[in-house]
Design a protein around this ligand. Structure first.
Ligand code: HEM
Length: 245
């Protein structure tokens, strides 16, 4: 195939209504010119990162909406919008696999193009890291304190699969999926540059392990082991066999 010919038509003219509404002219010029790529994998590298930024923009925008609906106790909206956030986070995690089709050597060539850039500078990621305390505050004040409920009650002593419980589980799902993204991203790093490496800022890559331990909603995680401890207490630390031996 004639590469030059297809390169010249791939970005379109930008004049049709579809192109105008979606601003494809600008969108498709957000990647380097084909002639400037350092190798044939660099377009994928840029596209995956850019798409990830778009998903994070959507997630952040949706979380602002969710926060408003939490304050109005509009539970059905909260659940539907969290469903959207969960799908977008799963997409973010799944598409990391695209970058595993790039060989370690090709990535080293791309890495030389990145200056001292770091994923920690991602505007989407940095915004998301600031939003969860607000979500927690709205949930706690409108679904717990206002109704004189505690996390323990909605999960255990007054468990009724209530609205507060269902919303809490949507928060949990968000937290778990966010951690999963971080975990899969670490596996991607392991596979492409190795965990013993230094980041482009000179930091040990292993520092990312700290992020893996971060929890957005620790009270929702803690209730699980608190219940296990209190339910298990009636049997003591080691249980008798149910077979009587
Ligand atoms: C081959 C592909 C990739 C490699 C080798 C890689 C490598 C790294 C490294 C070494 C760091 C640590 C940076 C530091 O300490 O300053 C990092 C952080 C990060 N990267 Fe990537 N990355 C890759 C792909 C991606 C993609 C596609 C995204 C999409 C969002 C991404 C998002 C991030 C984020 C958000 C952080 C900060 C993570 C945190 O603080 O927990 N990375 N990446």
């Amino acid at each position: 195939m004639d590469h030059e010919y297809f390169y010249s038509i791939m970005n379109g003219e930008g004049t049709l209504d579809y192109e105008i509404y979606l601003n494809t002219k600008t969108l498709l010029s957000c990647q380097k010119d084909f002639k400037d790529f350092c190798n044939r994998d660099e377009l994928q590298f840029q596209v995956v990162h850019q798409v990830e930024e778009m998903w994070m923009k959507l997630i952040g925008y949706t979380l602002l909406d969710i926060d408003d609906h939490l304050q109005q106790e509009n539970t059905q909206r909260v659940i539907t919008l969290f469903h959207r956030v969960h799908i977008a986070l799963r997409l973010m995690t799944e598409q990391l696999a695209l970058l595993e089709t790039m060989s370690p050597k090709e990535y080293q060539e791309i890495r030389l193009q990145l200056g001292n850039g770091s994923g920690q500078e991602s505007p989407g990621f940095r915004s998301l890291l600031k939003m969860h305390p607000h979500i927690w505050h709205s949930f706690k004040s409108c679904y717990l304190e206002k109704k004189s409920l505690t996390v323990e009650q909605i999960y255990n002593s007054q468990y009724s699969h209530s609205e507060a419980y269902v919303v809490a589980e949507a928060l949990m799902e968000y937290d778990e999926l966010f951690q999963r993204f971080r975990f899969v991203h670490l596996q991607l790093i392991h596979r492409s540059i190795g965990l013993g490496a230094q980041s482009l800022k000179g930091r040990p890559v292993e520092l990312l392990n700290e992020g893996l331990r971060a929890r957005f909603f620790p009270e929702l995680w803690d209730i699980r082991h608190q219940m296990t401890d209190s339910w298990g207490a009636q049997y003591g630390r080691v249980r008798d066999s149910i077979g009587g031996h």
